[in-house]
Design a protein around this ligand. Structure first.
Ligand code: C2E
Ligand code: MG
Ligand code: MG
Length: 652
């Protein structure tokens, strides 16, 4: 019994649920109890019938009656346990009770048989033989429980020996001897050939433990396979299986959930400028912020690179989904600090709703991607929901991407030049070089459309070099006081050789650095402020001027303006569009122009389309203007360089 207890306890310590071993144990227990019942009933009836005429009723009936009741009760008890299941401790108690009850029953029945012999000495041999058979029969059935079996043997053998000694009868000695030897042989045989109950349990526990171990290992492997190493959130594989499981769960109810794809803008420069370790830190922080944002309302995954996906399990409606997207984007817009540096990323987010946008994980992901690219194309850091129209945008985007690669370095991509004019003198200061692309199949594509695609598919550097060479060579044909203003994409700052490339191109074209202005947007500073400043300082050091383009849109930071290495501030045309009619706008624009004066920056107003705008801008002291009123972007052959008459005409 003690070894059994140890094994049962061991099964607990081995973290194997006790209920796992219940099946086997109950089977054996119920079988054992069932064995007692018929054997005892038959044998007790035999003894009772033999003693019924010879002994008083209170000797004949109570013992067999009690024995049958005890065994019957035990049997039904075990049947009940078999159905309800027992804990390891309960099983241990049942076994203990059963052991002592069996031994007690055997001892009482033996003593009872002995008492019967007193009343019916002529039947003593019969009683002894039946007791022996009963004991051997019972012992065979309780072979799984060694201790009860031995106790039964000892109780019956002792009784038979006592009977033989009391009667000094030769036949009784023979019966006692035969029983003892047979019991001994049986015990030897059973203990060798039968597995004890303890062994059954321990083997079962061992099997269960191995099963649990393999299940644990399986779960661990699965979790590793489904987790992103870097951020610890789910990876693409885990996310897809999660979404598939959710779809299976909701297939009947059709309950809506939203699948979102988030793409970081401005992550690549972080990686390129600060190295991969810094990029990793940023991704970890992004995952942390998004996880904190999603919380219990959904799940987060990193699909790869700087692309994340999220699930919103119970969105109330489409507005709620968009609100979630906006909140996630906001969470990412705060600066990310690492190793004393600061990086700033922004994000775009596309959603697809189940079941409206698809009923498989792959379709939902594809459609969320389409919605994402639609907003990215619009250069918005905003969320969007797939509505079927995004598909056309994605197809166009893919076509442009493919055609653009083919068009690189060909005459399909060329420059037009738009004049920038001094408001005071009316003289032409420079031309802004603006990229144009006319594809033979898809026709004219605006730079607003193909430049972001070129940036995203990694061809912007090559495109930019090609255009810069062309612009500089063209500028050499202009009067010496006319400069060229060239737009440099924020992603170009990821290229460590940017400054050298620009200076090299100037050198090759033989153009003075003072005739070149490079235009950058504020987003160029978002990734690696210090490094971008170093590049710009270097360019300014050789005489190139730097203009901050599109000032006033995006993340305009007045606070930093005095510390940025720029010479010119180009006021975005959105400020100019309604400046004549809107007095509040007039105050803002006048304020910005005044600030430029104080910071010794040249201020250029973009998008001047009418005389009222020109007059207002001139009146508030803006240094230069650019716009359709003064001249639309044109091919080099169409440029006259004579802008003064135009200015005069405009003002007349
Ligand atoms: P941007 O650098 O701000 O260029 C000015 C944009 O305003 C040009 O649009 C120009 O055609 C337009 N514009 C000028 N005057 C007026 C006006 O009076 N009214 C209106 N409505 N628009 C006016 P465009 O050529 O479509 O270029 C759009 C943007 O594409 C540019 O904005 C610039 O950010 C980018 N881009 C163009 N060429 C290049 C390039 O070679 N490299 C880079 N990185 N970006 C370029
Ligand atoms: Mg520009
Ligand atoms: Mg601009």
């Amino acid at each position: 019994m003690s070894s059994l207890q140890t094994k049962l306890q061991a099964s607990d310590h081995g973290n194997v649920a006790a209920s796992d071993v219940n099946g086997t144990q109950h089977g054996v227990l119920a079988h054992t109890a069932w064995a007692f019942l018929p054997v005892l009933v038959v044998n007790l009836i035999l003894i009772t019938s033999a003693g019924i005429d010879r002994a008083p009723w209170w000797v004949v009936f109570p013992v067999p009656f009690a024995a049958i009741c005890i065994c019957g009760h035990q049997y039904w008890n075990l049947r009940r346990h078999n159905r309800t299941g027992l804990t390891a401790e309960e099983q241990r108690q049942v076994l203990q009770t059963q052991t002592w009850r069996s031994a007690g029953t055997a001892a009482v029945v033996s003593a009872w048989g002995f008492a019967m012999c007193v009343y019916a000495p002529d039947m003593a041999h019969f009683f002894a033989a039946v007791a022996g058979f009963t004991a051997i029969g019972s012992a065979t059935y309780v072979a799984y429980l060694q201790l009860p079996m031995r106790l039964i043997f000892i109780a019956v053998a002792t009784s038979l020996l006592a009977l033989a000694l009391a009667t000094q009868d030769y036949l009784s000695f023979i019966i006692a001897f035969c029983f003892a030897t047979n019991a001994l042989l049986l015990e030897l045989y059973l203990s060798t050939h039968y597995r004890t109950f303890g062994n059954v349990v321990s083997q079962h526990v061992e099997a269960q433990s191995k099963y649990q171990d393999s299940k644990r290992a399986q779960a661990e492997i699965l979790s590793i396979a489904n987790t992103d190493d870097l951020t610890g959130v789910m990876n693409r594989r885990g996310f897809l299986s999660e979404v598939n499981a959710l779809i299976a769960e909701r297939s009947t109810s059709g309950e809506v959930f939203a699948l979102g794809v988030i793409d970081l803008d401005g992550f690549k420069p972080v990686n390129d400028c600060f190295g991969h370790a810094a990029g990793d830190r940023v991704l970890i922080e992004v995952a942390r912020r998004l996880s904190a944002h999603v919380g219990e309302r959904g799940a987060l995954a990193r699909l790869g690179g700087d692309e994340f996906a999220l699930l919103i399990l119970h969105p109330e409606n489409k507005d709620a989904v968009l609100a979630e997207g906006r909140a996630a984007i906001r969470a990412l817009s705060a600066p990310i600090e690492f190793n004393g540096q600061v990086a700033q990323v922004s994000a775009s987010c596309g959603f697809a709703l189940y079941p409206e946008a698809g009923t498989t994980a792959a379709t939902l992901l594809e459609h969320a991607d389409e919605a994402l690219y639609a907003v990215k194309d619009e250069r918005r850091s905003a969320p969007a929901i797939y509505d079927g129209r995004n598909a056309t945008a994605v197809v166009r985007r893919a076509t442009i991407q493919q055609r653009l690669r083919r068009a690189m370095g060909t005459a399909e991509i060329y420059l037009e030049y738009q004049p920038i004019v001094c408001t005071e003198t009316g003289r032409l200061l420079c031309y802004e070089a603006l990229a144009r692309w006319k594809d033979p199949e898809i026709g004219q594509v605006s730079p607003g459309e193909f430049i972001p695609i070129a940036e995203n598919c990694g061809v912007m550097g090559e495109l930019s070099r090609h255009l810069l060479r062309e612009a500089l060579v063209t500028a050499t044909t202009w009067p010496s006081h006319v400069g060229v203003s060239f737009n440099v994409s924020p992603t170009s700052f990821a290229d460590n050789t940017l400054a050298l490339t620009i200076i090299g191109c100037l050198d090759a074209a033989g153009l003075s650095p003072s005739r070149l202005t490079i235009e950058i947007t504020e987003s160029a500073f978002a990734s690696d402020h210090e490094r971008v400043c170093e590049v710009l300082d270097l360019l300014r050091h050789v005489g190139i001027r730097v203009a901050m383009d599109d000032f006033g849109v995006g993340y305009s930071s007045f606070a930093n303006l005095d510390r940025l290495p720029v010479d010119i501030l180009k006021l975005d045309r959105s400020f100019i569009a309604d400046v004549s009619a809107d007095t509040r706008r007039q105050h803002i624009v006048a304020g910005i122009v005044e600030m430029c004066h104080k910071l010794k920056l040249t201020c250029v107003a973009e998008g001047i389309e009418d005389v009222a705008q020109l007059d207002f801008i001139t009146k508030i002291g803006c240094n230069a203007v650019q716009g359709y009123l003064l001249g639309r972007p044109a091919r080099p052959a169409a440029l006259t360089h004579e802008i003064e008459p135009t200015m005069a005409r405009a003002r007349a």
